[in-house]
Design a protein around this ligand. Structure first.
Ligand code: MN
Length: 207
């Protein structure tokens, strides 16, 4: 079994103007594809592991044979993280922005965030701060632990929260390749814009 790029659930330009079409295209067809290719190449050395769901490999990363452990952590993580990231975004309500970027989502996910962080504004500030402060390349996450408790964390490189015992609920890629074409060095502007394209209906499924 070989890993493949998952189908992108929207067009490259669907997240405009917050995430530009060129960035989406390169991010998906070049960066994500490279993680898939490199993961497949690593697993050729251990074909028995290719039958195991990727999430299981990441959860038990310390048991993956040492010769390919770093490759699975980096490229398996890269594949899993990007596959997840695409699904929790979607077209903004309008080019001027989404109401939920300011007021937060309604429903179960909105209630869970309020319960865990006080209100949406506090959650947004804390998550954005974590994303802004991630040194170098990495990801910001809203995760839940085995007891269902929500928290914000960051991971370096392509590390997955699964390897630390957390299930992802929401994530933001803060590698420069995710924003440099449009935002250059202004990572905080990218983060501010990104809130307009969060697909809360999808996020809620991970609660
Ligand atoms: Mn990326």
């Amino acid at each position: 079994m070989k890993y493949e790029l998952p189908k992108l659930p929207y067009a490259y330009d669907a997240l405009e103007p917050f995430i530009d079409a060129k960035t989406m295209e390169i991010h998906y067809t070049k960066h994500h594809q490279a993680y898939v290719n490199n993961l497949n190449a690593a697993l050729e050395e251990h074909p028995e592991l290719a039958e195991e769901p990727l999430t299981n490999l990441l959860k038990a990363i310390e048991t993956v044979p040492e010769s390919i452990r770093t490759a699975v952590r980096n490229h398996g993580g890269g594949h899993a993280n990007h596959s997840f990231f695409w699904t929790i975004m979607g077209p903004p309500v309008s080019k001027a922005g989404s109401k939920t970027a300011i007021e937060g989502p309604e429903g179960k996910i909105g209630e869970a965030i309020t319960k865990s962080f006080g209100n949406f504004g506090k959650f947004k500030t804390e998550f954005s701060k974590a994303a802004t402060g991630t040194f170098g390349s990495g990801w910001a996450w809203l995760v839940r632990d085995a007891n269902g408790k929500l928290s914000i964390m960051t991971t370096p490189n392509q590390d997955s929260p699964l390897s630390k015992g957390f299930e992802p609920i929401l994530t933001l890629d803060v590698w420069e390749h995710a924003y440099y074409l449009k935002y250059q060095n202004k990572r905080p502007d990218y983060i501010d814009a990104w809130w307009n394209v969060v697909n809360w209906k999808e996020v809620e499924k991970h609660l």
